[in-house]
Design a protein around this ligand. Structure first.
Ligand code: ADP
Ligand code: MG
Length: 336
C-alpha cells in the first residue's frame, strides 16, 4: 500500500466520507489481488462488505454512523433525541421474572420473521411504570443495545410545553417515523397526556393527542419498532390508553439483595470484603437504583483520587445516608 493511498484513506476518514473510504479500500483490494496476494485482497473485500451491511441495517460502525432519521428530520429535530446505546440487559440487575420478560421481548424481535410466518407479531408496545430512577430509561437503552437498534427518545411533557396547539401534528410526525425507521422509541413522561386533561388552556388539543395516540396504538407496525411509554405516575394515565399496551412492566425500588448487587457492580475492583455489608444494609432502604449508583460512583471517585485500592464501607455508608437525606428533603418539598 502506498503513502498516497494512506493519505487518501485518512482524508476520507477526516471528511467523514465513508463511501470514499470504502471505495479506496476496494481499489487497494484489487491491487493486492493483481499482485498475487489473494488472501489479503479477500480479507479487505469482506471487511468492506461488512461495513456496508452494517450501514444498511442501521447498526453502529464504530459508533460514528449518522443515525438514519428518516423523512421528518427537520421538524422532529430537537424533539427526538437519538443514540446508539451499548448497554445490554446483562448490565442490569433485574429480578428473574423481569429478566425473563425482557429477554422474551428481545427474542421475539430477533425471530420476528419466524413469528410472522406463523401469523404472529412480536410484542412492540410496552408501558413501563415506576418511580424515578428505577430503570425505565435504562431498560429502553438495554433493549436497543441488545437489538442493535437506535434509541429515539421523546419527552412528552417537553413536547406539550413547547408546541402546545401543535402537539397532535408533532405526534403524527413521530408516528410516521416509527413506521418508517425501525428503532426503539421511548415516549418518556407519557403521563403528560393524562395529566393535562382539564387544563384550562386546552382547546381540544389533549383530546386530539389522546385520540391520535389511541389510533396509533391500533395501527399495524410494519417496521417492528419497539415503542416504550414510560411514566412515574400510572394513576393519571387514561385507562383506555393503558389497556392498548401489549405489556405493562412495573418497576420498583430494589430489595436489599439487588441494591447490594447494583452497588458492588458499580464499585468494581474497589469493592470491599463481603463481611462488611452487615453494617450497611439499613442504609440501603428506600433508595432507587439510580440513587445507589450515584452514591457508589461518588465514593469510587474519592477512592481513585485518594489513591486507595478499596472503597471504605464507612465512606459508602455516608454517601448512602447523604442520598437518604436528599431524598427526604425532596419529598417534603414536592409532596406528590
Ligand atoms: N436494574 C438496574 N440495574 C443496574 N442499574 C440500574 C438499574 N436500574 C437503574 N439503574 C441505574 O440507575 C440509573 C437511573 O435509572 P433510569 O433508567 O434512568 O431510571 P428511570 O428512567 O426509571 O427514572 C441508571 O442510569 C442506572 O445507572
Ligand atoms: Mg427515565
Amino acid at each position: 500500500m502506498s503513502t498516497k493511498q494512506i493519505l487518501a484513506l485518512l482524508n476520507s476518514h477526516i471528511d467523514g466520507d465513508e463511501d470514499q473510504l470504502l471505495s479506496i479500500a476496494l481499489q487497494i483490494a484489487a491491487q493486492e489481488a493483481r499482485q498475487g496476494r489473494a488472501e489479503d485482497a479477500d480479507k479487505l473485500k469482506r471487511l468492506v462488505q461488512k461495513a456496508r451491511d452494517q450501514r444498511r441495517t442501521g447498526s453502529p460502525a464504530g459508533g460514528q454512523t449518522p443515525i438514519p432519521l428518516a423523512r421528518p428530520r427537520g421538524e422532529l429535530q430537537g424533539l427526538v433525541e437519538s443514540a446508539y446505546p451499548k448497554v445490554t440487559l446483562s448490565s442490569m440487575v433485574l429480578s428473574d421474572d423481569l429478566a425473563k420478560r425482557l429477554e422474551r421481548i428481545v427474542r421475539q424481535q430477533q425471530e420476528r420473521v419466524t413469528l410472522r410466518e406463523h401469523g404472529q407479531t412480536p410484542t412492540t408496545h410496552m408501558l413501563l411504570v415506576g418511580p424515578p430512577g428505577t430503570g425505565k430509561t435504562m431498560t429502553a437503552s438495554a433493549l436497543a443495545g441488545e437489538l442493535r437498534l437506535p434509541l429515539f427518545t421523546v419527552r412528552l411533557e417537553a413536547l406539550f410545553s413547547r408546541f402546545f396547539g401543535e402537539t397532535a401534528g408533532k405526534m403524527r410526525l413521530l408516528f410516521d417515523q416509527i413506521a418508517q425507521t425501525r428503532g426503539v422509541y421511548l415516549l418518556d413522561e407519557f403521563d403528560a397526556i393524562g395529566a393535562r386533561r382539564g387544563d384550562p388552556n386546552d382547546v381540544g388539543e389533549i383530546r386530539r393527542v389522546l385520540n391520535s395516540v389511541l389510533a396509533f396504538m391500533e395501527e399495524p407496525n410494519s417496521t417492528d419498532s419497539l415503542v416504550l411509554a414510560a411514566t412515574n405516575h400510572v394513576e393519571i394515565l387514561d385507562e383506555a390508553l393503558a389497556r392498548r399496551f401489549d405489556e405493562v412492566i412495573e418497576y420498583t425500588l430494589p430489595d436489599t439483595v439487588s441494591a447490594r448487587a447494583i452497588i458492588e457492580r458499580r464499585l468494581g475492583k474497589f469493592k470491599f470484603a463481603a463481611k462488611e455489608w452487615g453494617a450497611l444494609e439499613n442504609a440501603l432502604g428506600g433508595l432507587s437504583q439510580g440513587e445507589l449508583v450515584r452514591a457508589a460512583d461518588a465514593v469510587v471517585k474519592d477512592a481513585i483520587l485518594e489513591g486507595a485500592s478499596k472503597v471504605s464501607p464507612k465512606a459508602l455508608r455516608d454517601a448512602l445516608e447523604n442520598r437518604q437525606t436528599l431524598r427526604g428533603k425532596f419529598r417534603r418539598q414536592s409532596s406528590r
